[in-house]
Design a protein around this ligand. Sequence first.
Ligand code: NAD
Length: 499
Amino acid sequence: MTREIHHFIDGRSFIGTAERQGDVFNPSTGEVQARVGFATPDEVDRAVAGARTGQAAWAAMNPQRRARVLFRFKDLVEQEMDSLAALLSSEHGKVIADAKGDLIRGLEVIEFACGVPHLMKGEYTESAGSGIDVYSMRQPLGVVAGISPFNFPAMIPMWFMGMAIATGNALVLKPSERDPSVPVRLAELWMEAGLPEGVLQVVHGDKEAVDALLHHDDIKAVSFVGSSDIAHYIARTCTEQGKRFQAMGGAKNHGIIMPDADMDQVVKDFLGAAYGSAGERCMALPVAVPVGEDTAEEFVTRIKAEAESLQVGVSNDPNAHYGPVVTSTHKARIESYIQMGVDEGADLLLDGRGFSLQGHENGFFIGPTLFDRVKPEMKSYQEEIFGPVLQVVRASNLEEAAALPSQHQYGNGVAIFTRSGLAAREFAAKVNVGMVGINVPIPVPVAYHSFGGWKRSAFTDTNQYGTEGIRFFTKIKTVTQRWPSGDIGDQAFVIPTMQ
Ligand code: NAD
C-alpha cells in the first residue's frame, strides 16, 4: 500500500479529508512512493486557530527558555542526521552528501536563532528629555506562514522555523508538496525538543492551501521561497491583504572568469556549482562568462572533459556526483530548454537528454549538458532552467561580462574568479545582484549575515535569516516614559523640540 503523508497540527499527525492528493515520487526509480493529502481551506483554518492558541503562551515565555528548545531541536536533528538525509534524498533525488548539506545549512540558522535573547533586545536612551527615558522592544507578530520550495526541503523550512519560532511567533508551514516528509519529521522533533503544541503547524497542499493562508486574517506575515511568478503573486496578494511579506524568487547566476583566474580551481568550482544537486539550487552557477578568447577556449575544453566524466546515479549511491531531478515534469521542462538552446543556435557540446541509468530506466535522470556560444538575446539564457545545464556566454572584457548579470532579469547570486583584488572589489561594488562571490562559486551567506537576491529574485525589502530575519518576524514598539516624583507641578511635561 502506498504510504500516506499527513498534516501536523497541534502537536500530532492530522489526517485531513485529502479530497485532493499529490504524488510523491522516488525520482531514482520514477515510482510513486507516497501520497500527500492537500489541506482544504477549513483544515488550514483549523491549523491557524491552533497556532493562535499556542502562540500566546509561547510568546510569554522568556526568550532564554525559548532558546533552550532550539538547542534541544538542534541536538535531535544532529542525532537523526543519517535517517533524515536518507528520507530527504529519497524524495528529492539529491545525493546523501547534498541532503546532509541541506540539513546542516538549515541547522546553522537554528544555531544563530539560539541567540534570540540577545537578538531581540531593544534600544534604550536615558534622559531623552528632562526625566524622560525612551526604550524600544521587539515583539512577535503572532501567527505567521512559511511557504517553501522543493529544492531545499530541510534548509528553507528551518530558515522560517529558526527565525519565526525563536522570536515568539507560531508558524504555519506549507512545505513543497513534492518532498513533504522531512518537514513533518522536523515538526515531530520540535515536539520532542519541548515546543508547545500549535507553535509549529505543517499543512500540505498547493495553490488552494497557499491562498487560504494568504487570505487568512490571523496570518500576520508570509515568508515565501520559490519561483518568481509565484513570488510576485505572493507579494501582490500580501500587499492587497495588508500583510508583511518576504518573497524570494528564481535565479540565473553568472560566474565571470577573468584571464588571471586559477583555472584548476575554476573548473572544479563550476563542476560542483553548475551540476551539483542536478542544478536544482537557486544559488547554482548555470552561466559561465569567460573573459577573452583564450580564457574561453581553455575553460570550455577543460569543463567539457570534466563534465563528461561526472557520475550520475541514484540518490543513495555514494559514488554519484548528482542524482535525478525531482519529477518527470521537471525533467521534460529542462529537456525542452535544451532543445530551445539548440533551436536558438547555441553550440551543444554535451547533451544530457536521453541519459539512461541501467536498472533505473524510469528514473528522472539528465546527463551533464554544456552549451557554448550562448547569446544574451536567447530565451534559453534569459530564463531559469534549474537543471544540470551549463551555458557559456563569451565576453571580450570585464565591462561586457559584468553587464550580463547586471542586466539580467534575475539578481540572486554572482561570482567572479580572479587574482586581481581591484577588479573583484570594483565588480562587487557595482554589480546589480544581491549576493556576490569572489573566488567563491556559491556565495550563500552564513547564518549571521542574511540571504536575499535583487530584481525578480526577491520581491521584498527584508532578507531571509540573520538580523534581517529577526526584524522581519518582529515589530518594534517604542515607549517614552517619565516617572515623576514629588511636586510634578514644577516639572511640566516637555516634548523635546528643535529649539
Ligand atoms: P514553486 O514556485 O513551484 O513552489 C514554491 C511553493 O509555492 C510551493 O510550496 C508550492 O506548493 C507553492 N505554489 C506553487 N504554485 C503556486 C500557486 N500557483 N499559487 C500559490 N502557491 C503556489 O517553486 P519550486 O519549483 O518548488 O522551487 C524551485 C524554484 O524556487 C526555483 O525557481 C528556484 O530558483 C526557487 N528558489 C529560490 C530561492 C531563493 O532564495 N531565491 C531558494 C530556493 C529556490
